[in-house]
Design a protein around this ligand. Structure first.
Ligand code: OGA
Ligand code: MN
Length: 291
């Protein structure tokens, strides 16, 4: 069934650096091309889009996401990291359950309890996801907000000195399945997923330049000394995470949030131990990112 009521759709910007609510769309239904085009335009502009009060099955979530590109497959962790990564209810290769819930003491999903540092989803891989879609199924009584930072703004705010030094440079992104600790760049990284990407990327849809670095996984700037790399990265993290570039999403049940994973980084705030949180995630596959 196609929705015929595009006229009732409203895009409500959050008024900050990124983020907009779209009202008047029922994501459980097949949407018209016109509605899709409207959402895509709003997404390119606001980077984070959310819909409230949604009631969507896993199949409906995947059907909606697939309108924006090929669905991403869940990444398989290397064997020695698998225990940290997976969860026993990860049953569909296109779905990642993000949860702290345990069944008989064993996590059902990924990312467990507590806060998470700013990161790019699968930024350690050759083809970082283009888009991520997260649906709130069970929420704690407080906290567990998802923070998003606008990396176009971060790029624009860089001092010329840094733009000059970093133009054309790449950075190493490593994933050790940590949530609040930097990877060990001096250790043996051969067994952890990793990839080099340009520090500045050009967004494939908007043509705008974005800073493509995050605190959790970006470990090393190529072609400068270790000390200079550490100093530059500390400065880049600080700029990228400035409150004026950040939107905090406070979840309500039924929220469906989708983010542009090339133009933003995201993090999670802490939430009370012992309270359940369950989110259903899917992604759209990306291409190798370009300078
Ligand atoms: C993710 C993620 C944050 C959250 O699903 O990729 O980072 O708030 N989630 O659970
Ligand atoms: Mn994430």
């Amino acid at each position: 069934m196609l929705d015929a009521v595009d006229a009732h759709i409203e895009v409500v910007p959050m008024g900050g650096p990124c983020g907009a609510e779209i009202r008047g769309v029922d994501l459980s239904r097949a949407l018209s091309d016109a509605t899709l085009a409207l959402i895509q335009r709003a997404w390119n502009e606001h980077l984070i889009i959310f819909f409230r009060g949604q009631d969507v099955t896993q199949e409906q979530q995947l059907a909606f996401a697939s309108r924006f590109g090929d669905l991403g497959a869940r990444k398989q962790a290397p064997d020695h990291l698998r225990e940290k990564a997976e969860g026993v209810l990860q049953l569909d290769p296109k779905i990642l359950l993000v949860s702290n819930i345990k069944l008989d003491g064993v996590p059902i999903g990924a990312f467990g309890d507590g806060d998470m540092w700013f990161h790019i989803d699968s930024g350690y891989s050759q083809r970082p996801y283009r888009y991520t879609f997260l649906y709130g199924v069970e929420l704690p009584s407080s906290g567990g907000d998802t923070l998003f930072a606008n990396m176009y703004r971060a790029y624009d705010a860089l001092p010329d000195r840094l733009k000059r030094v970093l133009e054309g440079k790449r950075a190493l992104h490593i994933h050790e399945y940590k949530r609040t600790a930097q990877v060990d760049v001096d250790g043996d990284i051969s067994s952890a997923p990793h990839w080099y990407h340009p520090v500045f990327i050009t967004h494939p849809y908007t043509g705008k330049k974005a800073l493509f670095v995050d605190r959790l996984m970006t470990a090393r700037i190529e072609g400068v000394s270790r000390q200079e790399s550490d100093e530059i990265l500390a400065e880049l993290y600080e700029i990228g995470e400035r409150p004026e570039f950040t939107y905090a999403h406070k979840w309500q049940l039924g929220d469906f949030v989708m983010w542009d994973n090339l133009a933003t980084i995201h993090a999670r705030t802490d939430f009370p131990r012992g309270e359940r949180r369950l989110m259903r995630r899917c992604t759209v596959e990306g291409e190798p990112v370009r300078a």
